[in-house]
Design a binder for this molecule. Sequence first.
Ligand code: NOJ
Length: 585
Amino acid sequence: MDMANICHIYFQEDGTMNNNKWWKEAFGYQIYIRSFYDANNDGIGDLQGITEKLPYLSYLGVNLIWICPFYKSPMDDNGYDVMDFYAVDKTYGTLEDFKVLVEEAHKRGIRVIIDLILNHTSDEHSWFIESRKSKDNPYRDYYIWRPPRYDELGNRKEPTNWASFFGGGCWEYDEQTDEYYMKIFSKKMPDLNWDNHQVQEEMVKVAKYWLDLGVDGFRVDAVAHLAKAPFVDSDMPTNYRYTPDWGRFSNLPKLHEYLKMMRKKAFSGYDLMVVGEVGGGALVEDALKYSAPEEEELDMVFNFDHNWCNNSWSAKDRTELKINVPHLKEMFDKWQTGLFGKAWNAIYWLNHDQPRVVTHYGDDEGPLHDRSAKALAVALYFMWGTPFIYNGEEIGMTNPHFKSIADFQDVSFITQYYLNIQNGTDPEAYIAHASLSTRDNARTLMQWNDGLHGGFTKGTPWNLINENYRTINVESQIKDPNSILNFYRKIIEIRTKSPFRNIIIYGSYELIEKEHNQIYAYLRRFEGRNLLVLCNLTKEAATVDKLPYTLEERVLGTMDKQININKKMVLEPYEAYVLEIKEEI
Ligand code: NOJ
């Protein structure tokens, strides 16, 4: 299938025709390039590696890929710290490699979106190198600089008491000019000053450069943080040295001016999709400001609400993890109903910043590993919104077992580890607990086969591979008709090609069995046809009262059983179905 074929007529929510919203009907797949596939055997995944795996992505059935950053970077944050927005990092290949990748993907009907990193650059970006030289450097105002404060004893202190996301405060002192620069992530990632019109113009240029090279849109990184509140101390109560008052730089009104400007000057005139990362704490009302079509900013946003519906912040180690189904249902329901008919949505289980979903919510090392991975997929991928699979999810990859700090790569984890150890925390206990939420969980090597390094590289890999690659890998799952991979392929096919696609893409959503502690169930309705999604998301059997619908067709299930919804049912652990039903019996 080529691009012309996937640009056919599309339906809108109200059933009327619309010929340009391809992204509502797309099925996405996120690629963490560093860990995906290493074509040149230097130990690091690369652009050619993605091109080589395009046949696999076609086999899977996805028609949209989001590739994590491959810009030139010192890799403090694996590429989210950009040194040159116009260059490909040599560890990932060349600009030519990227052009080939886009061309080959398009030939297969696969669209390509990339990260657009607006909030910060690397401290090794030429703008910052200039900016830090002197207070009157023309690039000074590209970043956010403030003079120090001093306490009664004359000790220097930061301009505000705000914490940064990666540990420590959100200011870094720079001796050269005796001022602090702002950095809400790592100290090697200074925040750009979006009040500066030159910064805005630079970013318009960057976006257009990549669009003109053929990309189909962007995932806008950290978009919620572009605007900052006035620089005064937070009085939020805290036990920490710096105050984690994220509201000081999240979802502030001013950033909508920046995004409207980007839509007008950078994004208009292209048939693109733009999905923003709004992250934690965002309300539906916030999301509507970013993504309601009349706002003319983004097409949809990623929220984080469903990412932490278990006890991973308090559990001692992975054996204690337990899903909180009512919380998860509440979070999904909030977005499915809150945005319906008002703005488009993005749905996903995890990305490169979250734990593996089977470990987090399923039965990662137990006998129900496969069934739980399938049940989780059923629960998510029949909701409305553009779906994104995260690489490795489709084979049920799990969190690795980290043994010591040497096993971690993530700057955020490493910074926080040392801060905690300095404060007297026991290293082993810290690792057992904090590794439940570390971003490194999702970044181990993609498990292609049971050979050397899971088939990821013939060289020395940059990161760990999960030991279970010998049993959990793409090659073996291709051969097994009952594998998680083949189950995902069915889901993608149902969602993109089957007669049920319009119900799944455009139908309404209604949560049922609201009070049930184990079951996640919902109805999708479109033009007189309905789907019922019924999932037991726990390790225990669950009883469900008879349901007032007539079963028309079993569309998909995690178990090979007859289901009768007209009498009281006992659903086994992770038993899950998609059923076509009629509402009147
Ligand atoms: C969000 C990205 O997903 C994450 O990986 C990165 O560290 C931060 N933004 C900063 O760019």
